[in-house]
Design a protein around this ligand. Structure first.
Ligand code: AMP
Length: 116
């Protein structure tokens, strides 16, 4: 499989469907198919990277645009007042399964903590 053949590349290219909840020039946000919270949305940057360590090789403005896109998606979802969590799994120990960098937005209810 080529790096650029992930399921998120296909969602971005509109080759497979997704429940898109937010989009702007920099990011696409869609519902996770196996939600771990009342609201569980994934945000991907439109400029592809495999994970955070790959993204660091791009101009810093790309990472900035990605994070701003995450915050805009959370705002669009009405999560700012109640609060939300952002998770970014990078690599095997973190359990990354889709090798297109993505941020998980979790919210819509009180979330459990895991010591951090
Ligand atoms: P990660 O473990 O950080 O790589 O997370 C990948 C996430 O992608 C998981 O939470 C999956 O449930 C989710 N996922 C996989 N395929 C799809 C899909 N087609 N549409 C939406 N979410 C997906």
């Amino acid at each position: 499989m080529q790096d650029s053949d992930t399921i998120f590349d296909k969602i971005l290219a509109r080759q497979i469907p997704a429940a898109i909840v937010y989009e702007d020039n920099d990011v696409l946000a869609f519902k996770d198919i196996q939600p771990q919270a009342k609201i569980h949305v994934l945000v991907i940057p439109k400029r592809r990277a495999t994970n955070l360590n790959d993204l660091k090789n791009q101009p810093a403005s790309n990472l900035g645009a990605f994070m701003i896109g995450v915050a805009k998606a959370a705002e669009h979802l009405g999560l700012v007042e109640g609060g939300y969590r952002v998770v970014l799994n990078s690599g095997a120990n973190a359990g990354q399964t889709v090798f297109y960098v993505h941020a998980h937005i979790l919210g819509g209810e009180p979330l459990g903590t895991f010591g951090i």
